[in-house]
Design a protein around this ligand. Structure first.
Ligand SMILES: C[S@@+](CC[C@H](N)C(=O)[O-])C[C@H]1O[C@@H](n2cnc3c(N)ncnc32)[C@H](O)[C@@H]1O
Length: 490
């Protein structure tokens, strides 16, 4: 593999086309040669052009820009897959001795006896890192205290293929196994070490680009522990921030992010908090509400009672501005997302599923409330994949669309809300608001009447009830206020 190591300036004869290749590659993967080894990039491109029957440089740039397959080919030539078992052993020691016990303690305090704990290796190369996580779990004695899922991601399909075979040369064992603890997990054939099936089964490998927000949402959402080591060192500034931002937004709010020691110097770009675990420094998401440099300003907020509603007192002049978050359950401490290889017993499965959905809803709510609409919508998609009749997910989507002034889309989602729960008086209320905004006053009045009727029924059977922070009594108070009412509630 070729390493974009630092050199003294550009090589002689650096062509504008090679610069374009670098730009296309950097935009797609984050890997930068700006201060690196241009010769290595040039060699890789030449190798690809030769493999493509001597394709011209200009044609190659066009091909790279338009073909995902060619991008994959070039990526596998330029990425650095340098790795070995138990690299920076102290990280694994801290994981077993401090991080996992603390996560388990938190779950126990929250009453979750057998939680699911998710570990993700980002930029896993040929697998030594995620397998080291698995070995650490096996050796820690904690395996029976929780269900552990280890997901390993890399952009380079060819390294993932090698990782799945789990066959290694001596090069992968540069960290001495002085106490011989790892040896029982390997068998040896013809100079190669084969990892035991038991360890291999603990890790799932998937191709993913850390710069791709959607991919990160679906893979990393709710992760309790992330290893992101020796990946960002090849990235440019923009890509580093983007990866940090992607991870910080989707990992568990009480999760841990391990960086390689060189990358740790860049921790401030993460917007997270640096925590010292007795000599091992890790990053943790900042508590909600604390300053986050990557966060959009409050003016982007998806606080979801409509700005328009203030100007439309006839429909909504509520006591406070309801936020997306109001109706959503409190997040569970761990929020596993991905399907698991071995399903838990049925009595646990239901609870875990519920915890998982509750955690995701809390994440969607938090993202929507800070104006991260796209991310919130992706999380809603994830929730609906798990539970396609989830009223809160549809409501969140409806409120996001409403806030953006997309009333037709909002109505579509609100119909789904009412399909899931026909007594949903807030769904009806927002339908009325949508129709009002669309200038369809008679439809708005009809929906408003229906909302009041539902609210009355809800109040009668469950006094003081509310949905999404809007009490039934508030909706009842709107009774009789027609579209012509123009008084400003403020
Ligand atoms: C040097 S290896 C690090 C291996 C392991 N994390 C360790 O520290 O030993 C870097 C890996 O990051 C992967 N990588 C580079 N850019 C990536 C991206 N945008 N998304 C996902 N993986 C990426 C490369 O393919 C390579 O396998």
């Amino acid at each position: 593999m070729i390493s974009p190591k630092k050199t003294n300036g550009d090589p002689p004869g650096l062509s504008p086309q090679l610069r374009r290749v670098e730009h296309v590659l950097r935009s797609s993967t984050g890997i930068s040669f700006q201060s690196g080894n241009w010769t290595a990039l040039r060699d890789a491109v030449q190798a690809r052009r030769r493999a493509l029957s001597g394709l011209g440089m200009a044609e190659y740039v066009d091909l790279l820009s338009s073909s995902a397959a060619e991008m994959d080919e070039l990526i596998s030539l330029v990425t650095v897959d340098e790795t070995y078992f138990m690299r920076e052993r102290r990280h694994f020691t801290a994981l077993a001795g401090k991080v996992l016990p603390s996560i388990l303690r938190r779950h126990a305090e929250a009453g979750s006896a057998h939680p699911t704990i998710r570990l993700v290796s980002c930029g896993c190369a040929t697998g030594e890192e995620p397998y080291s996580l698995a070995l650490t779990l096996l050796l820690s004695g904690l395996l029976n205290r929780a269900r552990f899922q280890i997901l390993a991601l890399d952009i380079d399909a060819s390294v993932l293929e090698k990782a799945r075979t789990a066959t290694y040369t001596r090069n992968s064992f540069r960290q001495p196994d002085s106490d011989g603890l790892l040896a029982p997990f390997f068998s040896h054939h013809g100079g190669l070490a084969q990892l035991s099936p038991r360890v291999r089964r603990m890790v799932t490998f998937e191709k993913a680009n850390l710069l791709d927000s959607d991919s990160i949402v679906s893979h990393v959402l709710g992760a309790d522990v992330i290893f992101l080591r020796n990946v960002l060192i090849y990235f440019d500034e923009y890509a580093i921030r983007r990866v940090f931002r992607n991870l910080a937004r989707v990992m568990s709010p009480s999760g841990y992010l391990f960086l390689g020691s060189t990358e740790l110097a860049r921790w401030k770009a993460s917007g997270m908090t640096l925590v010292d675990l007795g000599g091992v420094r890790v990053l943790r998401p900042r508590p909600p509400g604390s300053h986050h440099p990557a966060k959009p300003s409050r003016s982007n907020s998806t606080a979801c009672a409509p700005r328009q509603a203030c100007a439309r007192p006839a429909i909504h002049h509520g006591p406070s501005t309801p936020r997306v978050s109001r109706a959503l359950p409190t997040p569970g401490p761990g929020q596993p997302v991905r399907p698991t290889p071995a399903p838990p017993p049925p009595h646990q499965a239901g609870k875990q599923h519920g915890d998982q959905v509750a955690g995701l809803l809390a994440q969607a709510r938090a993202q929507a409330d800070t104006g991260e609409d796209q991310l919130a919508l992706s999380i809603c998609d994830e929730i609906l994949r798990l539970d396609n009749l989830n009223t809160e997910a549809y409501l969140t989507r409806a409120l996001i669309a409403f806030k953006a002034g997309r009333y037709r889309d909002s109505l579509k989602e609100l119909r789904r809300v009412l399909y899931c729960d026909k007594a949903h008086f807030v769904g009806r209320l927002y339908m009325a608001l949508c129709y009002r905004e669309m200038g369809m006053d008679s439809r708005a009045d009809a929906e408003m009447t229906a909302a009041v009727k539902l609210a009355r029924k809800a109040q009668a059977t469950n006094p003081g009830c509310e949905i999404n922070g809007i009490p039934a009594t508030y909706v009842l108070g709107l009774q009789g206020k027609g579209p012509a009412a123009k008084e400003d509630p403020l």
